[in-house]
Design a protein around this ligand. Structure first.
Ligand code: HEM
Length: 459
């Protein structure tokens, strides 16, 4: 049981970390030369790469087992199981996916020191295959090397620098207010003072509406009772794109394409729909710019800002915008869902966070940007939720030099995955915090939600 303390108050959340065993194998063997500084301090013998425990000798059998265990949905459980079986480092080969999984934060630190000048990540082959097939550019998520850095520096300025984030707040606040209004309307209409719904679906729509308004500067109208068929098609494309991506992490897309598999065709249709949406938005932006070239002082969204900045090609912009959108929706909606779940299980903490937000609202005199700087307990709850229920279960890097981890020699070129399921490594985009905060600030500051009691889950 791990104890987590916030502002002097302790909250107990379950953690399996301390129950996890140490590596059990005790092999010896010869290894190629590795930088001296990388050898373990206790001078124990470094073991060769092939002695790393794990499931990597029969990739097809592993793929079958993975499928039998419903691995696409249970990957987090499989990770914990493998960790319990093999210890803090294990090799894995499932189908054509191969990696060395590491668990401890100090091992992740060794990895990041050896990753070279630019991060070299596992390609999401399903996504690169679509771009190659349709002759489209890669965005930052898929780019490598100098090209990645060039694009990333420009995106950093337009997406995550504190200077631009203030622009997002009013847009996100509006979506948050609409979401809360929708909840009230649904409760009222039920006639029973409650609303039973698939919350994950509602939060998905909230997240997509939020990301879209920031990226495209336009509301999709997903929080309305009637959803425009084009907007519904866009949601369906995003859902289909994610659904068809997971199997292609383990089955080569090139093979599925040769076989004319449905999953490949669906994947292509899904991305086509997503890119079409970006095309329509770009056309609208150009039309507006032609009509009213002088800015009216209103923030036009990331896409329009990038177009006006004119530092990236339209194709580069379009590629990164679609990746920002693909990366920003389920990550945030699922994190929100888990946070609400944890708060429902901890009503006292819920009350403390609500009090913190109300105090921040008064102190900031309604200035949302200032207010979001005054809610450390809420920020802590989100981070703790990400630790307990990481929406991205692992990171991934190819190393550019030989290293030693847990006394095993790992040659350059190997792919390593620090698990986010079992370490304390946290990743969160600042932008994410802003828009998750925005919703909480709205929901938890409404007085009658508190009088209705805690958020309730289950029966
Ligand atoms: C809880 C929220 C989120 C989590 C847990 C998450 C997780 C991650 C992880 C693990 C990576 C890979 C980082 C690496 O390889 O070093 C990543 C990259 C990325 N994420 Fe997120 N993410 C979240 C929210 C978002 C949001 C809101 C957006 C966009 C609006 C976004 C867009 C991206 C993009 C574009 C990349 C690629 C960046 C690059 O390679 O330069 N993510 N995210």
């Amino acid at each position: 049981m791990a104890r987590w303390s916030l502002s002097g108050r302790s909250v107990q959340f379950l953690s399996t970390l301390k129950e996890l065993p140490q590596a059990r194998s005790n092999h010896t063997g010869s290894v190629p030369a590795v930088k001296e500084s990388l050898y373990p301090r206790d001078n124990s013998t470094v073991r060769p790469f092939n002695e790393i425990p794990g499931l990597w000798k029969n990739s097809l059998a592993n793929l079958y087992t993975f499928w039998r265990m419903d691995g696409f949905r249970n990957i987090h459980r499989i990770m914990v199981h493998n960790f319990n079986t093999f210890g803090p480092i294990y090799r894995e080969k499932i189908g054509h996916y191969e990696s060395v999984n590491i668990i401890r934060p100090e091992d992740a630190a060794i990895l990041f020191k050896a990753e070279g000048h630019y991060p070299k990540r596992l390609r999401v082959e399903a996504w690169t295959s679509y771009r190659d097939y349709r002759n489209r550019k890669y965005g930052v998520l898929l780019k490598d090397g100098e090209d990645w850095k060039h694009n990333r520096i420009i995106l950093n300025r337009e997406v995550i620098s504190p200077k631009v984030q203030g622009n997002f707040v009013p847009l996100l606040d509006e979506v948050g207010q609409d979401f809360v209004a929708r909840v009230y309307k649904k409760i009222e209409r039920s006639g029973k003072n409650e609303w039973t719904t698939d919350l994950s679906h509602e939060l998905f729509k909230y997240a997509l509406e939020s990301v879209s308004v920031v990226l495209y500067g336009e509301r999709l109208g997903l929080l309305l009772d009637y959803i425009d068929p084009d907007a519904q098609h866009f949601i369906d494309c995003i859902t289909l794109m994610f659904k068809t991506t997971s199997p292609m992490l383990y089955l080569p897309p090139a093979l599925l394409r040769c076989l004319g598999a449905k999953i490949w065709k669906d994947h292509i249709d899904a991305w086509d729909g997503i890119f079409n949406q970006a095309d329509i938005c770009i056309q609208n932006i150009y039309r507006q710019l032609r009509k009213a070239p002088e800015a009216d002082g209103k923030y036009p969204g990331v896409l329009a800002s990038l177009l006006m900045l004119d530092k990236l090609s339209i194709e580069d912009i379009k590629a990164s915008i679609t990746e920002l959108m693909a990366g920003g929706v389920d990550t945030t909606s699922i994190t929100l869902l888990w946070t609400l779940y944890e708060l429902a299980r901890h009503p006292d903490l819920q009350e403390e966070i609500r009090a913190e937000i109300l105090a921040a609202l008064v102190a900031s005199k309604g200035d949302m940007v200032q207010m979001l700087k005054m809610v450390p307990l809420l920020k802590g709850a989100l981070k703790e939720t990400l630790r307990l229920h990481p929406v991205a279960v692992s990171l991934q890097r190819y190393i550019t030099e030989d290293i030693v981890i847990q006394n095993y020699h790992i040659p350059a070129g190997v792919s390593l995955s620090p698990s986010l399921m079992t370490t304390l490594i946290l990743y969160i985009l600042y932008f994410t915090l802003f828009f998750i905060f925005g919703l909480f600030a709205c929901v938890l500051s409404q007085s009658d939600i508190s009088t209705a009691g805690s958020l309730r889950y289950g029966s």
